[in-house]
Design a protein. Structure first.
Lengths: 236, 101
């Protein structure tokens, strides 16, 4: 089998897989662009954020904070807090990319976002993933995000408000759809329920998005502990 | 927004994405680590879903989001199709919104 054609097929598979997700991303890009313009950022600054930071949560939070006059250091710290979840994501992807050259990992890391991480880790664990698939997914979202951010900044007040259209429900639904097939045994279900409960609790008592990484860390540790208990029981 | 803040944000975000991929080689010989990491995706997904569904406006509530998500969950269990799940959930949400006014 020609490795190049397989790479191309994997690439387009990545693009195709995130196509429905891109619709949601485009909608949010429009909103971010409009919010950014409203906060006084130029088109160039808006586009630069989307091209260099490439994190919807961080970007929307940042422009909102700029609007209310928050200090740059506070914005930076919030960005770091929001980015912590990437560490967990990278950690779970690392085994599958360990043999790839550093350049590959540096590139893939740059464009990794929640959704591309999600579709890629599912493929990797099923044994059908590759750096090409990941790249296809990454590039698609990257371009859609940049284009819609620019469009949103240009359209300004005309862009729709996601909350009024209920569009902010799209991403939880996407992750719900990705989550269900992964719940293949009781430990997985328990882990998911714990993560959900921790996250819900955390969202009420912790600032910013700390609930996400805290819940994910706690729940995955519990899941690991449950696995260890199960392994010890079956050995006995 | 100063260029300095933008650069700092970009660097900070990139580092959180890059560091584990550079420094962690996924040492498969540690079963404890492996058991933990195996549950990270499920945990992350669920941690994203729960607040979005049960606390979309800040405080915990059982609203249109929750009902829509419940329907979406059933569709997801039945069909395992991502697109159908999302469409079904959004359809229920908009329907409820139209009915509720």
């Amino acid at each position: 089998m020609d490795p190049r054609s397989s790479a191309r097929r994997q690439f387009w598979s990545g693009v195709w897989t995130v196509a429905p997700i891109c619709v949601g991303v485009a909608a949010f890009g429009l909103v971010f662009g409009a919010a950014s313009a409203n906060a006084g950022l130029s088109l160039a600054q808006t586009l630069a954020m989307s091209l260099f930071v490439f994190s919807g949560a961080a970007q929307i939070t940042a422009v909102s904070m700029l609007e209310v006059g928050a200090a740059p250091l506070t914005i930076l710290l919030t960005t770091v807090a929001l980015g912590l979840r990437h560490i967990l994501m990278g950690a779970s992807l690392a085994p599958y990319l360990r043999d790839r050259r550093l350049a590959w990992r540096a590139l893939l890391a740059f464009q990794m976002v929640d959704e591309t991480f999600a579709v890629s880790i599912i493929r990797f664990r099923a044994g059908t993933g590759s750096q090409w698939f990941f790249l296809g997914a990454n590039l698609s979202l990257y371009m859609v995000w940049a284009a819609s951010s620019a469009a949103g900044a240009l359209l300004g007040a005309v862009a729709p408000d996601p909350a009024s259209l209920g569009l902010d429900l799209i991403f939880p639904l996407i992750f719900l759809g990705l989550l269900v097939p992964l719940l293949q045994n009781r430990i997985e279900i328990a882990t998911a329920l714990l993560a959900g409960a921790f996250a819900l609790l955390g969202s009420q008592i912790l600032p910013d998005r700390w609930y996400l990484i805290s819940a994910a860390l706690l729940a995955s540790l519990c899941g690991g502990a449950l696995e260890s208990i199960k392994a010890r029981r079956s050995k006995a | 927004m100063s260029p300095g803040l933008l650069i700092a944000m970009a660097l900070a975000t990139y580092l959180t994405r890059l560091l584990p991929l550079v420094f962690l080689r996924g040492d498969a010989s540690n079963p404890l680590l492996e058991r933990w990491l195996r549950h990270v995706p499920v945990s992350i997904f669920a941690a994203i879903v729960a607040p979005g569904v049960f606390a979309p406006h800040g405080s915990v509530e059982w609203g249109g989001n929750a009902v829509a998500a419940l329907v979406a969950l059933m569709i997801a269990i039945r069909t395992r199709q991502l697109l159908l799940t999302v469409i079904a959930g959004m359809a229920v949400f908009w329907l409820l919104r139209a009915l509720g006014g």
